[in-house]
Ligand binder design. Structure first.
Ligand code: FES
Length: 155
């Protein structure tokens, strides 16, 4: 992210008000894809907040990422309904098949996995999102099909 882009974001939140912290972090992530230590430090300087405070807020919220996403970014819901139906088994299968751990991106940058809180579709649990597409009532065979499909598309 360029200095100009960052200043453009800051200019939308004049007065160095601390309630700008979350929207600023969100805008940075929307543009950059993820947050870095350097960007968090810049936000802290702008809002007159210590870096560790900015970092603490950013890591508190699930919505913020600290690494770039893969070509296929998979969000797996681990809210109560999805968890009870076995989302952790699906997560283990995704990690094994795609060779990437939750919260990170594969070395070839093809896949990244994120564990999500409730995605708001508990009636349709378990729920998985791959890029912009949501999959509901996911079964073992659905998951297999999804994994096969994204692996084929990245070969
Ligand atoms: S718990 Fe998964 S959508 Fe609500």
């Amino acid at each position: 992210m360029t200095k100009e882009n960052l200043e453009s974001i800051f200019s939308k939140y004049p007065g160095n008000k601390k309630d700008g912290l979350l929207p600023i972090l969100q805008e940075i992530q929307d543009q950059q894809g993820y947050l870095t230590d350097e960007l968090l430090a810049e936000v802290g300087k702008y809002l007159n907040l210590p870096s560790n405070k900015v970092y603490g807020v950013a890591t508190f919220y699930d919505q913020f990422r600290f690494h770039s996403q893969g070509q296929y970014h998979i969000r797996i819901c681990n809210g109560t309904a999805c968890h009870l139906i076995g989302s952790s088994t699906y997560l283990a299968e995704l990690e094994k098949q795609l060779k990437v751990k939750a919260g990170s991106t594969s070395k070839d940058r093809k896949f990244s996995i994120e564990i999500s809180n409730c995605m708001g579709a508990c009636d349709s649990a378990p729920v998985i999102q791959i890029n912009d597409v949501f999959y509901t009532h996911v079964t073992d065979s659905d998951l297999d099909r999804c994994i096969r499909s994204i692996k084929e598309k990245t070969e």
